[in-house]
Design a protein around this ligand. Structure first.
Ligand SMILES: [Zn+2]
Length: 439
């Protein structure tokens, strides 16, 4: 056993189990369970999911005031019973937060989120439920090559950590660098002249991308053990840039700021849904399940959250499920997502009824290196405004080329206005919004 493997062993078998005892959490037990569950056969997974769903719906309908008052009629299967529940969103939570809690007297942990809708919500969970989320998240990191005890450089979190977390960071060898306001000097300070071959790098997709841009401009090239992203969309041009500069494949994960994890990329790059942890539905505007292979609004039910059950919770994202007969070479039978398309506000609609997803624009702009950053704002069905920050090599005629490329791909005309700006502001949560619809 190499020295660094000894430390991995020590963290998994001493540090974290002792931590669980001291903090009264169940992280290690949950992680070991998740490691096993991920390799269940398909029929076992379906049975596990149905059982968890039935238990959750029974709990909510009998013990949680909000759901009790809905008087939802039961059905033969848990999935049909679930479909009788209304879809809820941030506003529902905001207006019913007290009635949605299951009071046991146990102290609950608060998870807050804002997200792209701009509506702040507070979600509660027990310490045990919180450690379940951490366990599922860690499992996804393990898919990306992380081992407990590995040195970990995390971007995008606050660097002000309370004492317990500071101790945990030292034992888990985690360094934090803020990525909400990334300056070149800061990137240079945290990355230059260091050996990262034993480090895992993690952060928001946009934060990693921002770091990689500065690193590229500084002429830094490094090799991390692996790169893991979360929190916002990993666009293809982000991924390419990050991999080039940081020398490792990116493993992307998909979660919700309301304290649960939804899916992540396995070693083969496919997104698997953590179906023992969340029940995922893809619905159309009318609330019906979309056909296989079609984009639908992501609606999730957290299966292991009893303190404040979230049943049929609308996230605002759009995703596409993989066909059922597609099998992933990694051996896991966890369901597959073909694509996580983006936020529903991040879509441009055209007069003829087309939806233009963010990739439509990033796929065009990635070929024009004279534009450093851009944002598409849809003002009306017939017009968009493209705000852009020019690169040093910028020539005004590039705008005409971009316009005609958009028309070619779109196969219809839309009024495009270009506006040079000095800064493109991220959303309140720090996420860049590439497409903003004012419709
Ligand atoms: Zn896989």
């Amino acid at each position: 056993m190499k020295l660094r493997d000894v430390y991995n062993f020590f963290v998994e078998n001493v540090v974290l189990p002792v931590g669980d005892i001291l903090l009264r959490t169940q992280f290690m037990a949950q992680l070991k369970l998740a490691r096993k569950i991920q390799y269940l056969q398909q029929h076992e997974l379906l049975a596990y999911e149905a059982d968890a769903l039935r238990k959750l719906l029974t709990h909510a309908s009998t013990k949680v005031p909000f759901y009790k008052s809905l008087n939802v009629s039961q059905a033969d299967t848990p999935a049909d019973w679930l479909r009788n529940f209304p879809v809820i969103d941030k506003r529902t939570i905001k207006e019913n937060v007290e009635a949605m809690k299951f009071e046991t007297g146990e102290k609950l942990v608060v998870e807050s989120s804002s997200g792209s809708s701009g509506v702040q919500v507070t979600v509660y969970m027990s310490a045990k439920e919180s450690s379940k989320t951490q366990a599922w998240q860690t499992l996804l990191w393990e898919w990306g090559g992380f081992k407990l005890g590995d040195k970990f450089l995390q971007l995008g979190m606050t660097t002000k950590r309370p004492l317990v977390k500071k101790i945990k960071d030292i034992l888990l060898r985690t360094d934090y660098q803020q990525a909400f306001n990334i300056s070149r000097a800061e990137v240079e300070k945290s990355l230059a002249d260091k050996d990262f071959t034993q480090y895992v790098l993690g952060g928001y997709a946009s934060g990693l991308y921002g770091y990689s841009l500065h690193a590229r401009d500084l002429g830094l090239k490094m090799k991390f053990k692996s790169v893991i992203s979360w929190g916002d969309k990993m666009f293809p041009h982000y991924r390419k840039q990050i991999q080039e500069v940081f020398g490792a494949a990116v493993t992307d994960t998909y979660g919700s700021t309301e304290g649960f994890v939804i899916a992540g990329q396995c070693e083969h790059g496919r997104y698997h849904v953590l179906s023992p942890h969340v029940y995922l539905e893809l619905l159309d505007k009318a609330g019906h399940e979309v056909e296989e292979g079609m984009p639908g609004y992501v609606v999730v039910t957290r299966l292991d959250g009893y303190s404040m059950p979230l049943i049929r919770y609308y996230l605002g994202d759009i995703a596409i499920k993989e066909k059922r007969d597609v099998v992933c070479a990694c051996g896991r039978k966890l369901p597959l997502l073909k694509q996580i398309v983006g936020r529903d506000t991040d879509i441009v609609r055209t007069r003829s009824g087309k939806f233009l997803i963010v990739h439509f624009f990033t796929g065009i702009f990635e070929h024009f290196n004279q534009i450093r950053q851009f944002q598409v704002i849809q003002e009306s069905l017939d017009s968009i405004c493209v705000e852009y920050i020019a690169e040093e090599n910028f020539q005004p005629d590039v705008l005409d080329k971009i316009r005609s490329t958009i028309f070619d791909k779109l196969e219809e005309e839309i009024d495009i206005r270009f506006k040079e700006v000095a800064e493109i502001k991220p959303t309140a949560s720090g996420k860049p919004q590439i497409v903003k619809s004012l419709l």
